[in-house]
Design a protein. Sequence first.
Length: 334
Amino acid sequence: MIKINADQITTKLGSPYYLLLGNDPYLQYYSQSQLKTAFKQAGFNEQLTFSIDNQTDWQPIYDCCHAMNLFSTNTLIFLDFGENTINTATSSKLNSLSEILNPDIALIISLTKITKTQENAVWYKKLSDNLVVVNCTTPDTALLPQWIKNHLQQKQIVVEPEAIDLLCYYYEGNLLALTQIIEQLKLLYTNQTITYDQVESNINDSAIFTPYHWIDAMVAHKTKRATHILQQLKMNDFEPLILLRIIQRELILIINLKKGLSSKPLKQTFDEYKIWQNKRAMYTNYLNRNDIKDLFSTLALLTEIEISLKHDNQLRVWDALSALTMQFMGLNKC
């Protein structure tokens, strides 16, 4: 088995089986396009797509593995699960499919995610020797700069380093818009180094964020990023009450962590509350910066905002959320 990122797919063409994992629409589309073109060039002229859900009739899929086409014996089967996951029933169907695959059949499976249990399934183990697993997950804030650099290199475009940071800021989470602006810049500034000012004059704010990006930015004390994300959530008409619920859960978690540290070692406390390893340093720094009184004060402010919102829908709730953001990060303390 080989595991690669989507932008490496052109270096790993030629395998009969591919598993595209992740829910980034651009990376899924890019990977599928590259593979379908490569398989067509390899003589797989018959390319059949099946959308998979609990109602799918698998018999036509099985028939493809037995039938001989008059014009081509090579067939590419593409199984698109969309947002659906593999359950016991579909895993059993995949097991049966894996038993009848032959050298004239290539297979692409598109999934948003796969569990450890599914990686132990018969079909996964059966394919694994010839399987390429392609990571189609949207690059996070730490990985995005390198992704942009790789993409620019592939397109033979040179951009000033500061301009890459600008692209990250405005297009995080939206690779489709990001690749489109890069193509636009390539057309506008052919065969030249693209400057920060040239990028700035052509961009628009197309970043896609979730409330959890906002939470992480606040915990990491990234003021500019937290403010930017909150503005994007506002522009996308995100429900303020849901944001309040999410930050309430986060505050209660942090308060419990702070209380736990008074009587237990840090690792034990983190283990108890199932804090991911890659976030422990961030939480440690936050807990060291804020005392329990400040945390309760922030929780009290959150409660006031929620009560006011429920009594007055015209409340300037986004201004209140901005103030809450600052207080959460230890700024503008009451």
